[in-house]
Design a protein around this ligand. Structure first.
Ligand code: T1G
Length: 684
């Protein structure tokens, strides 16, 4: 079998071609092939220049992540990059698609870089909890400049080829056939000496202001909170500015190995593969094909309906959006336009893109307009009777083969499907608010949902740039079922002696974007409230009766100033203590560890039940749900990965310590007990 690297001559230029689908990851065979190709170029006196290019969708997309965690194989990537840079003949990188991570480091080892206009160049290592470990932190600032390098290595966001050309990372932008242009460029530079080695270029680092680094740290402190890799990347670039390359790469390697062997990178690499696995449907019948979705109908132009519609409009899919009244229809479409305009104001969209998206929208009061939609999504009030009425009605209007989807966040999809004549065409599409921003969609499959309907929903989820995860039917599916555990225990801990701010602090210190009570204040304390102020059975009822419904009323569990900054409320503390007294609960000192055990360990136990009931296809799907739906810190890998890191036996011990306090609702997952006893893990 020929290796992934081949060579061919074009005049006096040796073309080195990688063919390692799907993304030309720098596997051991690719690395060896590159070293051999450079040796071939050196040995052939007729070769006066080299072009390195890739077949398929992209230039090298980085080190082969599937090799991580295994014993590293020679030649190591730094060795390959050095071999390219030390070639006595000019080497030109021909970049298309994405040059990412080690792929960009290969390009930086080349003496020149030619890119087609669609190319992207990036250092996404930080998203894996790493840093460019093959000289990238030392070469990139020397070629692209220090500030650009800092932005790239700490964000992981690729830059476009034009941006690359502007900062000096790309030497020539080309249109059309990339390789012939790269060969022509190689012929132009074949006699240039000395060769421009990235590692020897000092100009851009000498002009760097040392204060840049601390300013950059301060400006990004919030974004980097809790992560190890961003600071390590900054440190490595800072070293490049004060140390000769040969010493800098030694420091870079030390920093890289610290990250590679650390818990955070293992968690983030787990999520990289978990996100891709989540998109697969286990045991899908052979030859199942997705249905064509050319037009989508959305019922309800409220916050969710409008946000849902925007996802399709942004993907160029026409949307018919239906409301009951002109005023609510106009309000909904107005909010959609304003959301797009806000993105345009931030430079994320052009004015034309806003108009194009809005042109795909057909707002109407006429339900019958849904007749030509291939998929209809209801986003109406979260009430079973209302949803059943809507599904009965749309079932009579929608064309044969149209898929009917509910955006319900916890109701029984089977019950909804049963009122239609087409239960096999019914599926749940649980978007997370704000629906145009949050990446997660729980794709809920009912007992009758047809395989091609499920596949259509998953395929469409990816098409609108979401992260779809299959969920079975139960109260709250995957995410909200576990959230309910957490919220119930958080509320009980208030009665027993903890304060909202203590419980929230434990969760924020853990890495969550906010704690249970901050989250309720943001979403609205009155979500799911029975709306009868005379009926006060819980702390939440009391707050709603007092018009303390969260940030939207300037007060909830916290008081808020006009900039929505929260402060603890003595009034709420009094309400809590009154409830403790009313329920005969003796308040006591609550430790942070108890809060972790009763809110986070119980979530893991619920996740194990979700797994053993088949509601989630795999443990890593639960991690994806919590990372993309609720902001679980990526450097902890998700609840199930984190449970493995804690040790399942430790989780069980903690729950046993709390078992009395968790009663009567709590019961152990048999799967969790069994795996803990065997020393198994969910995700390793
Ligand atoms: N290694 C191994 N497999 C990879 C891979 C990689 N780098 N990148 C993608 N895949 C697999 C992926 O798992 C999936 O497999 C298939 O390719 C298609 O991926 C030393 C240490 C390139 C933008 O972080 O960002 O270099 O599920 O679905 O949407 O300094 O893949 O089909 O079996 O994402 O078209 C740095 C990660 C590595 C790039 C393409 N590089 N990849 O997106 O396809 S660390 C990265 C991506 C490093 C050095 C350091 C994307 C993509 P399967 P996909 P896509």
């Amino acid at each position: 079998m020929p290796g992934p690297i081949s060579t061919r001559r074009h005049g006096d230029v040796l073309i080195v071609l990688s063919n390692n689908p799907p993304v030309n990851a720098l596997s051991t065979a690719v690395r060896q092939g590159l070293v051999d190709a450079i040796a071939e170029a050196e040995a052939d006196g007729d070769v006066r220049a080299v072009v390195i290019a890739c077949e398929g969708q992209t230039f090298f997309a980085g080190a082969d992540i599937s090799e991580f965690g295994k014993p590293p194989q020679q030649p190591w990537l730094p060795t390959v990059v050095e071999a390219i840079e030390n070639c006595s003949k000019p080497v030109v990188a021909a970049i298309h698609g994405t040059a990412l991570g080690g792929g960009l480091e290969i390009a930086l080892g080349c003496h020149y870089r030619v890119a087609d206009a669609s190319a992207k160049l990036g250092t996404p290592e930080v998203k894996l909890g790493l840093l460019p470990g093959a000289g990238g932190t030392q070469r990139l600032p020397r070629v692209a400049g220090v500030r650009k390098a800092l932005e790239m290595v700490t964000s992981g966001t690729p830059i476009g080829a034009r941006d690359g050309f502007a900062c000096g990372l790309v030497d020539r932008l080309v249109e059309g056939d990339l390789i012939p242009h790269a060969v022509a460029y190689a012929e132009e530079v074949r006699d240039v000496r000395p060769l421009p080695k990235s590692s020897e270029r000092q100009g851009k680092i000498e002009e760097c202001d040392p204060a840049l680094f601390d300013d950059f740290r301060k400006a990004n402190a919030k974004r980097f909170r809790g992560f190890d890799a961003p600071e390590a990347n900054i440190k490595a670039v800072q070293i490049a500015c004060s140390t000769p390359y040969s010493e800098g790469v030694v420091e870079e390697r030390k920093l890289f190995m610290e990250l590679m062997t650390g818990a955070q990178s293992a968690a983030q690499r787990h999520l990289f593969f978990a996100e891709r696995k989540a998109g697969r449907i286990d045991r899908l019948p052979e030859n199942t094909a997705p249905r064509a979705i050319a037009r989508v109908g959305v019922i309800g132009a409220g916050t969710m309906g409008g946000g849902i519609a925007m996802n399709f409009l942004s993907a160029g899919i026409p949307v018919t959006i239906v409301e009951m009244g002109q005023e609510s229809l106009d309000r909904g479409t107005g909010i959609m336009r304003r959301n797009y305009e806000a993105s345009a104001a931030k430079g994320k969209l052009t004015a034309d893109q806003v108009e194009t998206a809005m042109d795909y929208l057909q707002p109407t009061l006429d339900f019958a307009a849904l007749a030509d939609c291939d998929l209809v999504i209801e986003a109406v009030y979260e009430n079973m009777d209302v949803k059943k009425e809507v599904f009965e009605r749309v079932d009579k209007i929608a064309k044969p083969g149209a898929i009917l989807a509910s955006n319900t966040s916890y109701l029984d999809l089977n019950e909804i499907a049963a009122v239609t004549s087409r239960p096999a065409d019914v599926v749940g599409l649980h978007f997370f608010s704000p629906a145009n921003i949050m990446k997660l969609i729980e794709v809920v499959r009912g007992d009758a949902t047809a395989p091609d309907v499920l596949l259509t929903a998953m395929t469409l989820g990816k098409r609108i740039r979401k992260v779809p995860v299959v969920a079975g039917v139960c109260h709250g599916f995957i995410g909200n079922r576990m959230l309910r555990q957490r919220q119930n225990e958080a509320t009980r801990l208030l009665l027993e002696g903890a304060s909202p701010e203590q419980i929230d602090r434990v969760h924020v210190d853990f890495g969550m974007p906010m704690g249970p009570f901050q989250m309720q204040d943001l979403a609205g304390v009155d979500i799911g409230w029975h709306r009868d102020p005379s009926r006060v059975e819980t702390i939440r009822d009391q707050l709603c009766a007092m018009e303390r419904r969260g940030q939207k009323t300037g007060a909830g569990f916290y008081d808020y100033d006009d900039k929505r900054r929260p402060t603890p409320s003595p009034l709420v503390q009094q309400v809590i203590e009154d409830f403790s007294a009313r329920n005969g609960v003796q308040r006591r000192e609550i430790t942070d560890q108890e809060i972790v055990e009763r809110t986070l360990y119980t979530m893991v136990n619920e996740g194990a039940k979700i797994l053993e009931e088949g509601i989630a296809q795999r443990a890593s799907d639960i991690d994806v749900v919590w990372v993309y739906g609720y902001g679980w810190p990526v450097y902890r890998g998700g609840p199930m990965f984190w449970a493995d890191s804690e040790g399942l036996a430790k989780i069980v011990d903690g729950l046993r310590r709390q078992e009395e306090r968790l009663k009567p609702e709590f019961s152990f997952s048999n799967l969790l007990l069994d795996m803990a006893a065997k020393g198994d893990s969910f995700t390793r």
